[in-house]
Ligand binder design. Sequence first.
Ligand SMILES: C[S@@+](CC[C@H](N)C(=O)[O-])C[C@H]1O[C@@H](n2cnc3c(N)ncnc32)[C@H](O)[C@@H]1O
Length: 235
Amino acid sequence: MVQSYSKNANHNMRRPVVKEEVVRYMRTRQKGNEGYLAELEAFAHRENIPIIPQETVAYFRFLMQTMQPKKILEIGTAIGFSALLMAENAPQSKITTIDRNEEMIGFAKENFAKYDSRNQIRLLEGDAADILSRLKETYDFVFMDSAKSKYIVFLPEVLERLAVGGVVVLDDVFQGGDIARPIEEVRRGQRTIYRGLQRLFDATLKHPNLTATLVPLGDGLLMIRKNIPEIKLAD
Ligand SMILES: C[S@@+](CC[C@H](N)C(=O)[O-])C[C@H]1O[C@@H](n2cnc3c(N)ncnc32)[C@H](O)[C@@H]1O
């Protein structure tokens, strides 16, 4: 049994930010996962491991096939589900993915050995806080899916390594809708994340040199396009 996630994990995934029946409709009407991705999805659900939900999968499939990024960076590998999904739909891409949880790293290694048939994925083990500054490459797509309070901390390093015209997607930015409420109405244990996300939105949504959009899929995506080489984020 997986130790890292309890049955109470993924609290916000059970608080849909759009009507429940619409989420259900999207999940049943859109193409689902097939083959090993369906197996990994079933495993993740059984063990409460948070992976991107079905409607985000459909969107990523579309994005990858349309953008065909060559260099992808992911922060938050878990069992390797989203990395394998991106690899499958952007077959020319090379993907660097980072995780610090030993148990997840064990599953990801096993899954990449079995299913990364084109050898597209490189797994870096450790905290993104230490690893990001050592990355020398430039990426055209970055998927940030790690601790949400740290998004604003990691973003400057990520933007430095992003090509002009490149896109960053940050997952789970709505906190099940809490983000739209005053802080006094947010559970105390969730307030650090709330503050981190508000800082992230302040720094990006109306930035003159970024194009940003909020997309209500899953628990919300923030998507950012880098428009000029040097981006300075307000503190
Ligand atoms: C939501 S899961 C990733 C799910 C995966 N992207 C998917 O959809 O298949 C988040 C992962 O981020 C990792 N993580 C969180 N903070 C991190 C950090 N600072 N550095 C590296 N990994 C981190 C956790 O260990 C966890 O495995």
